[in-house]
Design a protein around this ligand. Structure first.
Ligand code: NAD
Length: 335
């Protein structure tokens, strides 16, 4: 389906579910971006879950976003249980605005929801010539190191900066061995998952995706990954006023209340400490890219470069929506 047609369809569905047009556009842009960078697990397939949560009254379709300006650089936002994209959009925009004007923007968002890809927000800051850190927490999927019960989300860590080219550096990584979406997909298709990415509910390694979903996902790098997940839970949850410590609700099957996810955006100018940032970052990337390559490696990529390449290619194509997801979307459009 043509990109513009998909966008109009998403906007229409969100408006039918009570969103203001401006908020429906924010959501549609985020979902389309996920499709174009090749992260379809965070794309239109998620539309159903957002709409289900609106219907069950655990997402507020008409949030009153409240901004509390703490100083010329610091602010907190209460997203009033908006779709996560809307709360996050307000957060990153304000952080960018503060950073451009005063050097740094530090914005905490609470009472938000699943905001999709962290890199989508960080990239926006980097494309405006700014450095950005974005954090968000997520529902339990990973056990803290040594525990048998899940508590941390796949809590992505994201850092972006300008590179002096059109393509910013965007490191955007979840702290799980693999994406939860990939496990859900394997479960749907009856496929196995690789060994070493999840344990069953008894703490035994499993390649069965259903057992993995009932059990626990493993973090990257053992206790180090568990520590990073914990750090994100503190930054995005404890500090912002959002849910934390395993209290973020699963967006797909827990309708007992809003998710109250927190986001933290830290955005600043790259030339706070040096005058020749662009020259320095170009030199940095050049030195790394020139290193001798391992056998079979044609090019050393910097984080974000691969997604930018996919975005460019996919922007010229139609979006391929699997028939079962299209059927769900058409049902939503009629409801
Ligand atoms: N909102 C949420 O609750 C939530 C939770 C988890 C993940 N996510 C999102 O899911 C997305 C996928 O996460 P992921 O961990 O599967 O990402 P990934 O493994 O695809 O990529 C991780 C990082 O590695 C970089 N990378 C990939 N291949 C590379 C290469 N060959 N050379 C250099 N760098 C390379 C990517 O650019 C990216 O920055 C992210 O955008 C993340 O924000 C969201």
């Amino acid at each position: 389906m043509k990109i513009n047609t998909v966008k109009k369809l998403i906007i229409n569905i969100f408006e039918k579910h009570g969103l203001l047009k401006k908020h429906a556009i924010i959501c549609a842009d985020a979902l389309i971006n996920a499709e174009l960078v090749g992260a379809s697990s965070h794309g239109v397939a998620r539309l159903v879950s957002y709409c289900n949560r609106i219907k069950k009254k655990v997402i507020n379709p008409k949030p009153k976003i409240k901004v509390n300006k703490i100083s010329s650089t610091i602010a907190s936002i209460d997203a009033d249980n908006s779709v996560g994209f809307v709360g996050a959009d307000a957060g990153i925009n304000l952080a960018i605005q503060h950073a451009k004007k005063n050097g740094i923007g530090f914005v905490a968002v609470k009472n938000s929801g699943h905001f999709g890809l962290s890199g989508y927000y960080a990239e926006r800051a980097a494309k405006k010539g700014l450095v950005a850190f974005c954090f968000t927490n997520a529902p339990p999927a990973i056990a803290p190191h040594g525990a048998k019960k899940t508590l941390f989300g796949t809590n992505p860590i994201c850092f972006a900066c300008p590179t002096g080219t059109k393509v910013p550096f965007v490191l955007d990584t979840s702290i799980s061995m693999i994406n939860r979406g990939k496990i859900r997909r394997a479960a749907k298709l009856g496929e196995k998952i690789p060994l070493g990415v999840a344990l069953d509910k008894n703490g035994k390694p499993t390649t069965d995706p259903k057992k993995a979903l009932e059990g626990l996902q493993l973090p990257i790098a053992g206790f180090r990954g568990s520590g990073l997940a914990w750090m994100v839970d503190i930054l995005a949850g404890v500090l912002t006023g959002g849910n934390h410590g395993g209290k973020v609700k699963d967006p797909f099957d827990d309708f007992s209340g809003p998710q109250n996810i927190g986001h933290l955006f830290i955005v600043f100018k790259p030339n706070l400490f040096v005058k020749n940032y662009t020259k320095r970052i170009k030199e940095n990337i050049k030195r790394i890219k020139k290193l001798p390559k391992l056998k079979g490696v044609k090019k050393i990529y910097y984080p974000g470069e691969n997604k930018a390449e996919r975005f460019k290619i996919n922007s010229k194509k139609e979006i391929n929506i699997p028939s079962n997801i299209l059927a769900e979307i058409n049902r939503l459009n009629k409801s």
